[in-house]
Design a protein around this ligand. Structure first.
Ligand code: NAD
Length: 428
């Protein structure tokens, strides 16, 4: 049987959660504080790029199971369950900023139905369930932690086919009610206490970041000793204890979660009296990776970047998303601009002429060839598939020198070298 659900925060996690829960038969009201976002959604326009999301949103709007409103008070008045999907950005000291969580909880507190359940899907430090309880100021409402593990780019798929559902609750009956919302999903369900649920989320992201930093460090070793990292990870991945998932060298990790969550976990550990040196090392290796890739580009340009035009393919933090938050590409581009380079970029998800302060100093072009026009070096910084199938003769024609730094080891080497390109990659 469907339930009445409110979702507070209609971003990557909230919109996916709302659309998927309505698809699963629940009656969902999504709330945001940005009027333009709510208006766009009410016109059926999806503000983010996420495969399959528009179909689910339109299905929900047509059936009347999914609606969008500004302001939380009305949305939660009938809700049996209220999800919190608001941002938890990084504060200046590295810890997670809980002000959005506190504000949202304080706003809905007076309007919640007695015995309803507030489900926190935002990524929050250990102890935040208590913070939510305090901000709600309601002893007759349960608070449950239910961390989200979806990946941007396949958010809908991941929500509907999760590897696991984790529920952290002190109250068994509340945990059982929340578990009931996910009936029909073929996934292991883990019920635990709130602190463990909150830690599972941070530990998972930190471990994934560690895998990438590890393989990037191995790539640096490969370059130093003359090994090929692609062959090395293939050989490592056959070991079932290691596996090949997420062992891919690249320009460093980024995005809306790994950077802030790694820093937050360092702080959580520190506050609890543990110096998480390993994770600090993982973060340092990642910063070094941005610099290493920028240096490769500088070397390819002949040792200096002042006045040199660099073509950049890929701006988003990974393929199949339009999300620029903490993108490795922008980290590297920042280093190039600081050295006086002129950057012309193309990204399938970022339209030419896009005005976004994060793109300051970059000429965003309408196609990949225009980005290469007059460039001395081409660099690939996001792994969009389409970059593999481009016309290399056209690229060679418009560039002033044939130099490629493939930050994702994405392009096939021989078609480039056959055309006289000098190619550098990561760990090869
Ligand atoms: P987002 O920035 O895309 O979306 C957050 C939305 O909340 C925005 O639309 C914002 O306007 C809205 N909002 C802020 N305050 C509000 C309020 N008081 N009432 C209603 N709406 C409000 O963020 P996101 O990427 O969806 O992340 C949300 C949380 O989920 C974060 O804690 C994040 O760490 C976590 N998370 C994100 C991902 C991911 O891949 N993006 C994956 C797992 C977990």
């Amino acid at each position: 049987m469907g339930h009445k659900i409110a979702v507070i925060g209609t971003g990557y996690v909230g919109l996916t959660t709302g659309a998927c829960l309505s698809h699963m038969g629940h009656e969902v009201i999504c709330v945001d504080v940005v009027p333009e976002k709510v208006d766009a959604l009410n016109r059926g326009e999806i503000p983010i790029l996420e495969a399959g999301l528009d179909e689910l949103v339109n299905e929900g709007r047509s059936s009347g199971q999914l609606s969008f409103v500004l302001g939380a008070a009305d949305a939660v008045r009938d809700a049996e369950f209220t999800y919190l999907c608001v941002p938890t950005p990084q504060s200046e000291d590295g810890s997670a900023d809980l002000s959005y969580i506190r504000d949202a909880a304080a706003e809905i507190g007076p309007h919640l139905v007695s015995e309803s359940i507030v489900i926190n899907k935002s990524t929050v430090p250990v102890g935040s369930t208590r913070v939510v309880e305090q901000a709600l100021g309601r002893s007759d409402v349960h608070v449950v932690s239910n961390p989200e593990f979806l990946r941007e780019g396949s958010a809908v798929h991941d929500f509907l086919h999760p590897d696991r559902v984790v529920i952290g609750a002190d109250d068994q009956s509340a945990a059982i009610r929340v578990a009931g919302l996910y009936l029909g999903l073929a996934a292991p369900l883990q019920v635990t206490d709130p602190a463990s649920a909150e830690t599972i989320k941070y530990a998972s992201n930190a471990f994934l970041a560690t895998k990438i930093s590890f393989v990037n460090a191995i790539a640096a070793v490969c370059e130093a000793v003359g090994a090929d990292v692609n062959d090395v990870v293939l050989g490592m991945g056959y070991d079932k204890r290691i596996g090949d998932a997420f062992l891919k060298p690249g320009p460093g990790w980024g995005g809306s979660c790994f950077p802030k969550d790694s820093h937050a976990l360092v702080r959580i550990a520190e506050d609890a009296g543990y110096d998480f040196g390993l994770l600090k090392g993982v973060i340092t290796v990642n910063d070094q990776q941005f610099t290493r890739v920028a240096e490769k580009i500088e070397t390819a340009a002949g040792g200096h970047l002042d006045g040199v035009t660099v073509a950049v393919w890929g701006l988003t933090f990974k393929a199949r998303t339009d999300d620029l938050r903490d993108s490795p590409s922008l980290e590297i581009v920042g280093r190039l601009l600081a050295k006086g380079a002129r950057v012309r970029a193309y990204d399938p998800a970022i339209a030419a002429g896009t005005t976004d302060p994060r793109l300051g100093g970059i000429e965003v072009c309408a196609d990949p060839y225009a980005a290469c026009d007059g460039a001395a070096v081409l660099t690939v910084l996001t792994e969009w598939d389409e970059f593999k199938w481009l016309d290399l003769d056209k690229v060679a024609e418009v560039m002033t020198a044939k130099r490629v730094v493939d930050g994702r080891n994405l392009l096939e080497r021989s078609p480039l070298t056959r055309r006289g390109f000098l190619v550098d990659g990561i760990g090869r």
